[in-house]
Design a protein around this ligand. Structure first.
Ligand SMILES: [Zn+2]
Length: 622
């Protein structure tokens, strides 16, 4: 996930320092008198207002989250007063929009916020913490987005809370932001967290301080040790780009929240990231959690600074659509996992599982067969945790840009290595220097041009035409072979009907077969092209008999399939919303693939393959 924009921030910094005495900050005070019931009280004080009508609104999206989220639903008791507390005539003109047509120069807007969801997008308030993603928290004034802001956190002593945020501390419990974009890019954790910090000397000789803040049931020793593991990932990713970004206040903060009642998430920000895990604690889950750390930290270059023009600046009033998420998220996905491998946290065999996942997706998903990754990127406005009650056909028209772009990164890395004696690290470095470091928002033609400079324009044009704008697929078998890895069928020679599991896309809610009803209810859309799909079976259908045998669950159906051969036909009795039916499934070989090492397949690696693999997967920390 991801978020904000630099040029705007840089501009406002410059203006802010000149105009500070003239422009009064917008002031927010947030208190927690009813934390046990997940409420906060918020007062926004806005002075120096224009004479015209004022429009206030809650956001509908959050930087780094690409679908819409209706934050306006969680506020109530919305009131406007003058500085003396006299009520003003505030009108609600849309669900999340309020208007004051007549008002004095200074106006106060107050409201109650209900928040009970700990992740990177929403907010959660309880006596243990206030976990705040500000687009979900603060109302804002249309047209006043570039003004400086101060935020006061009250009731900290009541709950024994400290403040962790990338915002600068400017006195007492007050923190500042140069403008609304910056505030909304600064997640804040109020709790009795533990923390550890370490310095990293950057390539320019300046020291960047990295902080790990953990709200979890762990000892300080666990946090300290985990910090050492995170440090290895930080250095491995620094090696890709040759340097760390220069963080705004010389600091970068990992805000980690780990409780089983959380909703798992990772959300990147400019100088921090919010990582929410659903484990009982960090201890014992370090390697698993590192994968999110590695992904989100890579974003501090790719997407927070190497920034798609389509997300610049972020519009909080609707979903922000981008063609570039295959690069912003997909290439980040590739590097997050690669960093763990290079840092020694994963074995080569672990890494082949990662590769299997990526390559299976791009080679076998109907979505990738039909649509390019630019289109998959645009679908993020629905797919990225968008909430709706009717099913969507993602099984058969969509592949997540994380995997689509991740698999493309694998191919580009291996092609640069084998065709040009270059690496994807070289490319990321070139993109960083040309775009990210100088804060120049990019479009896909910019990415193509940089690849053309590094290799040659013909290669870059061909690669983008076929694999980014087009739906052709790279030859993964030949590319992986260079590293002594084999791409092969996962279940050769075995009969397959198609996926009937819970992992293939949409959940069917109108299903009759919950509880003790006999039969196997298909809860997900069946995969286009699979035998079960061709036989006409889909979500909501209930398989009663297969090959004459009663079917009671997935196992009894799979047993029937396993007893057959490729090409065999199975007669199936099923029922659905239109009655009882019979169909025939013709079994095929599963299209799924896996990646294994030469060693595992009993073949020996050549010296060239050994060198190629080591150059790709070994540590880059010098
Ligand atoms: Zn991401």
């Amino acid at each position: 996930m991801k978020k904000l924009f630099l040029i705007l921030v840089a501009t406002v910094f410059a203006v802010g320092s000149l105009a500070q005495s003239a422009v009064k900050p917008i002031f927010y005070a947030i208190s927690f008198p009813n934390a046990a019931h997940h409420e906060a009280e918020i007062v926004m004080t806005l002075s120096q207002t224009p004479a015209s009508a004022l429009v206030f609104r809650m956001s509908r999206s959050s930087a780094g989250r690409y679908a819409t989220h209706e934050f306006g639903k969680n506020i109530y008791n919305v009131k406007a007063t003058d500085v003396d507390g006299n009520a003003l005539d505030l009108k609600q003109i849309e669900g999340d929009v309020y208007e004051l047509t007549e008002h004095p120069e200074t106006v106060k807007i107050s409201y109650t916020l209900f928040a009970d969801w700990t992740d990177g997008t929403y907010a959660c308030i309880d006596p243990s913490h206030a976990h705040l993603n500000f687009p979900a928290v603060f109302i804002w004034t249309v047209g006043q987005e570039s003004r400086p802001i101060k935020v006061e956190f009250d009731d900290l002593d009541t709950y024994g809370w400290k403040v962790a945020t990338q915002l600068p501390h400017v006195g007492d419990n007050i923190y500042s932001a140069p403008n609304l974009q910056y505030l909304f890019d600064s997640p804040t954790e109020l709790s009795n967290f533990k923390e550890t910090s370490w310095p990293v000397v950057n390539t320019d000789g300046k020291t960047e301080k990295i902080n790990l803040v953990a709200h979890s049931d762990d000892s300080q020793e666990t946090i300290d040790n985990f910090g050492k593991m995170v440090q290895k990932v930080v250095l491995e990713e620094k090696a890709v780009y040759g340097e760390l970004p220069s963080y705004d206040y010389g600091e970068y903060t990992f805000l980690d929240d780990v409780y089983p009642t959380n909703s798992g998430d990772g959300m990147e920000h400019r100088n921090s990231t919010c990582i929410v895990e659903t484990d009982k604690q960090i201890a014992g889950n370090e390697i698993w959690e590192l994968s999110t750390f590695a992904h989100e930290y890579f974003h501090s270059w790719n997407v927070k600074r190497i920034r798609p023009k389509s997300l610049e600046p972020f519009d909080f009033t609707h979903a922000n659509m981008s063609n570039e998420l295959w690069f912003a998220e997909g290439f980040t996905q590739y590097y997050g996992e690669l960093a763990l491998e290079r840092a020694g946290f994963h074995s080569v065999d672990d890494y082949t599982h990662t590769l299997s996942g990526l390559i299976n997706s791009i080679l076998t998903s109907p979505g990738a067969a039909k649509f390019p990754e630019t289109q998959a990127s645009r679908y993020a406005v629905y797919a990225d945790n968008g909430v709706s009650i009717d099913p969507v056909n993602t099984t058969n028209m969509y592949l997540t840009y994380y995997y689509y772009g991740g698999a493309t990164a694998v191919a580009l890395d291996l092609r640069l290595r084998s065709e040009f004696n270059l690496t994807l690290d070289d490319y990321m470095k070139a993109v960083w220097l040309a775009l990210g470091k100088v804060q120049k928002p990019y479009t896909i033609p910019d990415l193509q041009k940089i690849l053309g400079k590094l290799t040659n324009p013909k290669f870059a044009n061909d690669f983008f035409a076929r694999y980014i704008y087009g739906i052709e697929k790279n030859n993964y078998t030949a590319l992986l072979d260079k590293a002594g890895l084999i791409l092969r069928k996962r279940a050769p020679g075995k009969a397959w009907a198609g996926s009937i599991g819970y992992n293939s896309g949409r959940m069917h809610s109108g299903n009759a077969n919950i509880g003790d009803t006999p039969g196997l209810a298909l809860q997900m859309s069946t995969l286009a092209g699979s035998p079960i799909y061709k036989a006409g079976l889909d979500a909501g259908d209930i398989i009663m008999k297969a090959d004459g045998k009663d079917i009671t669950d997935a196992k009894s159906f799979n047993d029937v399939v396993a007893s057959k051969n490729i090409g065999d036909k199975i007669v199936v009795d099923y029922k659905n919303r239109t009655g009882n039916h019979q169909t025939t499934i013709t079994l095929e070989e599963s299209p799924y693939v896996e990646v294994v090492t030469y060693e595992k397949a009993g073949k020996s690696l050549s010296a060239d393959q050994q060198t190629f693999r080591a150059n790709w997967l070994s540590s880059k920390i010098k």
